[in-house]
Write a protein that binds this ligand. Sequence first.
Ligand code: SF4
Length: 422
Amino acid sequence: MEVADKLRILADSAKYDVSCSSSGSDRKNTKDGIGNAKLCGICHSFSSDGRCISLLKILMTNSCIYDCKYCMNRASNNIERACFTPREIADLTINFYKRNYIEGLFLSSGVIKNPDYTMECLCEAVRILRKEHKFNGYIHAKTIPGASQDLINKLGLLVDRMSINIELPSSQSLKLLAPNKEKEGILEPMKYIKKTVKEDCKFVRAGQTTQLIIGATPDTDHKILALAEGMYDKLNMKRVYYSAYVPLNNDDLLPAIEKPPLLRENRLYQADWLLRFYGFKVEDLLDEDHQNFNTLLDPKADWALRNLDQFPVEINKADYYTLLKIPGVGVLSAKKIIAARKYNKLTFESLKKMRVVLKRAKYFITCDGKYFSSSSFFNTNLISSALIHDERKQLIETSKSVQLSLFEPTMKDEVQCITGQL
Ligand code: SF4
């Protein structure tokens, strides 16, 4: 098989892995334009200084001895298979790099023969790149669950970032949908990477990430987010990526859905952000009575509405972390407010001038004792309705092509449930 054919197959097979931050686009050049974009093959990642870098995103092979129910590349699927040799991966990367198409490599693989053999091949591809081609660009490689520590160590000294996809949030779900994988085979390498990163500054310099599939099992948002929080706290995970389950295979064990639950995925990313930057804990956002996020509201607004007794917050007095809890107030706005109020009492007008976005925040604050509307508006039902209305408008504007089912017949009922309106 020609290398170009392998590239077509193996770049396409890699597109379901989101743990490197990726985007796909299929745009042809126009007559007087410059450049074009391919649906797969190149993805984007962000370096620690915030720079966006393009990566060649490929699998070494889409053959796999495992049979994870949700995966396109599972052994039982009858699909076109291909396999790069380590040298082909290295040569391809270096050629693309020299032509300025990419700045790095994201390399993953199905499992061939056994986890150690697959890891040996990945190590060899990266070794050729680093030692023979003297390539110093960014490399993110997948660790194969079940591979030996020696091989994880060998690969970790060659790459910048490593990831092991945890995929499913519970042992039961793994048993059901990924029967060849074991929780320990995923968690142990994560622990080893965490420990070795601390001890050796040359090992996996950009840290580790992982990916969780959302919606393939009945696991709740609470369970998913608690697992993510544990991985941030205990394993120093740089990022947990959430990937809405894409229904690709027919299997009685998989949920009968037609479209990936993208809105749910989006809510989890928003909640993840609240954990990492806003001082929230999972237990603040979800609990036994609220196991899943309300998809109609962002998690911070949802939380605020359930804790309305903590609002309205007086903008001229609240401390930094209280300001961060106001829906619509981010890190930048909170800092601006604290800096500006040293000199003047802040009003709604001055907040607007400072470019603090009040669309959501206005419902939850007072400025020098004043509320934006009459005090009777400060009421869960009225604020919910207003927020859901705004959120719907924004979702429609920003996700024209996305399958957010905003106009499904159930939508009206859901709005009514939340707002209590009949
Ligand atoms: S190990 Fe499972 S998820 Fe990974 S390629 Fe093989 S079948 Fe797919």
